[in-house]
Ligand binder design. Structure first.
Ligand code: GLC
Length: 502
């Protein structure tokens, strides 16, 4: 049996609101994604993760679900979804959808019932208490809101409009499992599961240590969640072993995250955010790669990397230069593990500048969610010139059409990296050995049988040297220089190279 597809796939995260609008409301939609499937095929990605498109009051832009089994009219219809899925599959692209099981919207009929009276049959679908504890919510404020009608407090690890479900209640588990079956029946290839670490809480709801600066959701790590995950996995495996569960386990140590992969009966993949939060520093990257390998090997887990996502400043912005962002892309697509790209990072998009009167997100994340610029026209390929959020900087040239015409662009770099990965079993699934290199340089060797690749990255802004064993050719360079030539031991400033044996 070969390795499962999700180990060698390149995933692409689409922020549904911002990919492409087709109905003229200034907000991206499912049909917009369908129309760009040829672009995604051309880029070479294997699978998509679509941000929530369910009916929602949009307090948290779709992470507040009011119906798990439908499409919000902003984004289209279930028919649009079916068409998108069918057309993606026709191109060999798999589709994972975002599933938000930790909380619903406060407008979800379940919560409307739950809050209606203390003896409502759905009262204990959510977490109600006479007194709150000291937990803080993710976007500030307390994690409890007092409900006048019934005189109790309800728990919300996020906004008051996102009450937490109580997964200890078997009826909740059954109802949520049904929503999985709904989409699995339609043919989705799996789910990205939101806030996995939140699903169960310590039943005593003990106070967090005084002085904790993190919101409670970043430290909630209750052992009972593993059984909840096993239940979810059984549902998904019931539809064939090809379906993948990718978890957002937002706990900052890989050791904690690894426990959610252990045993082969929980998640298939779980994001490791340690590179996303790593400074541009070779030693920091090396330490994180080594630690991650140790922690994941211990549970037979497979790494999952991203540089950017919907909740954090884009890596092009964090890195501070295009050169570094390009070198980081080489690392993301050659390091051992499954890479997740964030829509637009292949264009080198920076965070957009959002004037205070256009701020929308309660979590302050608008800047990394800008609309995707498809071309150089005023509306950048959208039917409106001024979509729901401002365009990212430089969209006049940093767009898919202009970069598509320029073989040295960031877009072509990503496309060539994805192709290089597809062509090398060592890059897709091989072992990884971190090399002894000069300070400021990170190097690793990927091997599978006869197939070998070496990756070298200079994290400093001056040229650096790297002595390597054997003769190597430059297959691909983040600055496109020296490609196709023998490696001469020199690395340009903030540059990364992919080498193959000469
Ligand atoms: C996850 C999502 C984030 C959302 C939160 C609450 O962290 O990535 O965007 O706000 O969950 O659902």
């Amino acid at each position: 049996m070969g390795a499962p597809w999700w180990k060698s796939a390149v995933f692409y995260l689409i922020y549904t609101r911002s990919f492409l609008d087709t109905d003229g409301n200034g907000i991206g939609d499912l049909e917009g994604i369908r129309r760009q499937l040829d672009y995604l095929s051309w880029l070479g990605v294997d699978a998509l993760w679509l941000c929530p498109f369910y009916p929602s009051p949009m307090a948290d832009f779709g992470y507040d679900v009011s119906d798990y089994t439908d499409v919000d009219p902003t984004y289209g219809t279930l028919d649009d979804f079916d068409r998108l899925l069918a057309d993606a599959h026709q191109r060999g692209i798999r589709v994972l959808i975002d599933w938000v099981p930790n909380h619903t919207s406060d407008r979800h009929p379940w919560f409307v019932e739950s809050r209606s009276s203390r003896d409502n049959p759905k009262r204990d679908w959510y977490v109600w208490r006479d007194r709150p504890n000291n937990w803080k919510a993710a976007f500030g404020g307390d994690a409890w809101t007092f409900d006048e009608t019934t005189g109790q407090w309800y728990l919300h690890l996020f906004l008051p409009g996102q009450p937490d479900l109580d997964w200890r209640n078997p009826e909740v588990a059954d109802a949520l499992h049904e929503t999985l079956r709904f989409w699995l029946d339609r043919g989705v290839d799996g789910f990205r599961i939101d806030v996995v670490q939140g699903l169960t809480k310590d039943p005593d709801l003990p106070d967090d240590p005084p002085g904790l600066v993190l919101p409670h959701c970043a430290v909630n790590d209750c052992v009972d969640t593993h059984d909840v995950l096993r239940g979810i996995r059984r549902v998904s495996d019931g539809f064939g072993g090809e379906r993948a569960l990718v978890g957002e386990v937002y706990l900052l140590s890989t050791r904690q995250v690894a426990r959610y992969l252990a045993g082969g009966d929980q998640l298939h993949l779980a994001f490791d955010f340690t590179l996303l939060y790593a400074p541009w520093d070779a030693a920091a990257w090396r330490r994180r790669l080594q630690r991650s390998a140790e922690e994941l090997d211990a549970v037979d887990g497979w790494p999952t990397w991203n540089l950017s996502n919907l909740d954090n400043p884009r890596h092009r912005t964090r890195c501070g230069s295009e050169a570094r962002a390009r070198a980081a892309a080489v690392l993301l697509l050659t390091v051992r593990g499954t890479p997740f790209l964030y829509y637009g990072e292949e264009l080198g998009l920076e965070d957009s500048v959002v004037p205070s009167d256009r701020v929308l997100d309660p979590g302050g994340r608008d800047a990394c969610r800008a609309p995707f610029p498809w071309d150089a026209t005023a509306g950048h390929g959208w039917p409106v010139d001024d979509p729901w959020l401002p365009w990212p900087p430089g969209a006049g040239t940093r767009n898919a059409a202009c970069e598509g015409d320029d073989p040295t662009s960031m877009l072509h770099l990503y496309r060539r990296l994805i192709a290089a990965r597809r062509a090398s079993i060592a890059l897709r699934g091989g072992t990884q050995r971190i090399l002894e290199t000069a300070e400021g340089v990170l190097g690793f060797l990927r091997e599978a049988g006869e197939d070998r690749r070496m990756v070298l990255a200079n994290f400093t802004s001056v040229p650096a040297g790297a002595e390597v064993d054997g003769d190597w050719m430059v297959d691909l360079a983040s600055d496109t220089s020296a490609e196709g030539r023998p490696f001469d031991g020199c690395l340009g400033p903030d540059a990364a190279l992919l080498l193959r044996p000469a």
